[in-house]
Design a protein around this ligand. Structure first.
Ligand SMILES: [Zn+2]
Length: 69
């Protein structure tokens, strides 16, 4: 069985079996952080990060773009 390969949006790290990664679902109005689960990671438009530090970078960018709009 070939697993899905996930890629961190910030650093480009790839894994087919992420542990302690973070999934984020967001739109213009709301951002939701998920502990890594198959369901959260495979949801449409889910974003993937290799850990809290890189999830935080995206969250900061998202807040800046929303608050600055
Ligand atoms: Zn990363």
């Amino acid at each position: 069985m070939i697993g899905t390969i996930y890629r961190c949006e910030i650093c480009g790290e790839e894994s087919d079996n992420p542990q302690k990664w973070i999934a984020i679902h967001c739109n213009d109005a709301q951002l939701t952080v998920f502990k890594w689960t198959k369901e959260a990671a495979e949801a449409p438009h889910a974003r993937h990060y290799c850990g809290e530090a890189h999830a935080q970078i995206y969250i900061s960018r998202w807040m800046e773009s929303v608050c600055g709009a």
